[in-house]
Design a protein around this ligand. Structure first.
Ligand SMILES: [Zn+2]
Length: 347
């Protein structure tokens, strides 16, 4: 579904009839085209011919307030651009009640996360929620970005699935290319700090994500927290998967100085080296939709699992000690049998 400019124009024409400067239909059409960012109705009509057809089920509109105000002024003597913007918004809302309308002039005051949550229709939503959401870029035949399709079909969105489906008709939510402008424009880029990142302009102070404060170097070698490595990599993952990918208005220089990075990377390397073949095999089974897959997910989440385990007895003894009922223990036996089978057949 997409916004039909002629319908909006007819509605603008009707709504303006009672005002001091009623708009003729032809002028209303020009104004609505301007509100959608086109310099003329002809430019809008031309663009429709080159655009790739999109299943546009995410209703999201930015009214170009400045362009609309200047068209309204030159065509029909509207001196109050804000009032004209309100008329156009009113017309859009009457025809498309689910639409999210932004005004280009007000964008600076809309936080990025709010813009995304309004698009999806989830409110409130936090940056962490967006961590795993996927999107694809939709281009026309000339390689110009037409919009983005956000896919909320992964398990962590299950609790919101019914809501998203009701609002958008599917779990794929379309956002027009202008959406990126909203996200980019709506906030000044703030610095994003990993755990252990040095504060800009304050040498010797480092961000602690556990305390949510900047702390002196000694804090990171004190007994205050034990899990610097995990906190560092958590922030890293959030940055890689969510912030950089969603182009949120945050920045972090690639050469940022970090007081725990060296230690965190060394710990992870040592942890990787100590893993046995079974633990590595288990990691590859986490996508399975059966009892071995369930067991694999439990094992990968379990920080106490003996990652260097090399015998069937040790695996079963551990599973029995933490989940002493039939299902997990049987699954462990099946897993070990499959692991051996694959290992032996690959030798
Ligand atoms: Zn701390």
């Amino acid at each position: 579904m997409s916004i039909d400019i002629s319908r909006v124009a007819r509605s603008v024409c009707d709504l303006s009839a009672g005002s001091t400067s009623p708009l003729k239909l032809s002028h209303a059409q020009q104004c609505v085209a301007a509100a959608f960012g086109f310099k003329s109705l002809a430019a809008y009509q031309a663009s429709k011919k080159i655009e790739t057809a999109i299943d546009d089920n995410g209703m999201f509109v930015i009214i170009e307030s400045d362009l609309l105000a200047s068209r309204g002024h030159e065509l029909a003597g509207w001196s109050d651009g804000a009032a004209l913007t309100d008329v156009v918004e009113d017309a859009i809302r009457r025809l498309y009640p689910d639409v999210t309308v932004h005004h280009s002039r007000r964008l600076e005051r809309v936080p990025a996360v709010l813009a995304i949550s309004e698009l999806v229709g989830l409110n409130p939503i936090v940056v962490d929620d967006l961590d795993e959401a996927r999107y694809e870029v939709i281009e026309n035949q000339r390689g110009e970005v037409q919009g983005f399709r956000f896919n909320f079909d992964e398990p962590q969105w299950t609790q919101h699935a019914a809501h998203i489906r009701r609002r958008h008709g599917s779990l794929a939510v379309f956002a027009p290319a202008s959406f990126l402008r909203v996200v980019k424009k709506c906030q000044m880029q703030e610095r994003f700090y990993f755990h252990g990142d040095e504060q800009e302009g304050q040498p010797g102070q480092f961000f602690c994500r556990a305390c949510d404060l900047f702390q002196p170097a000694a804090h990171f070698s004190s007994a205050e927290h034990q899990d610097h490595g995990r906190r560092y990599f958590d922030a890293h993952r959030l940055w890689d998967r969510a912030i950089a990918r969603w182009k949120l208005p945050l920045r972090r220089p690639s050469n940022a100085h970090n007081i725990v990075a060296g230690r965190a990377i060394e710990e992870r390397r040592a942890g990787e080296a100590s893993r046995g073949d079974f633990h590595r095999w288990v990691e590859r089974q986490t996508g399975r939709d059966d009892r071995v897959g369930d067991l694999a997910k439990d094992i990968m989440r379990d920080e106490k699992f003996p990652r260097d385990v090399m015998t069937r007895e040790a695996v079963i003894a551990y599973v029995e000690s933490v989940a002493p009922w039939n299902g997990p223990v049987e699954a462990a036996k099946v897993a070990w049998r499959e692991f051996l089978g694959e290992r032996d057949s690959s030798i």
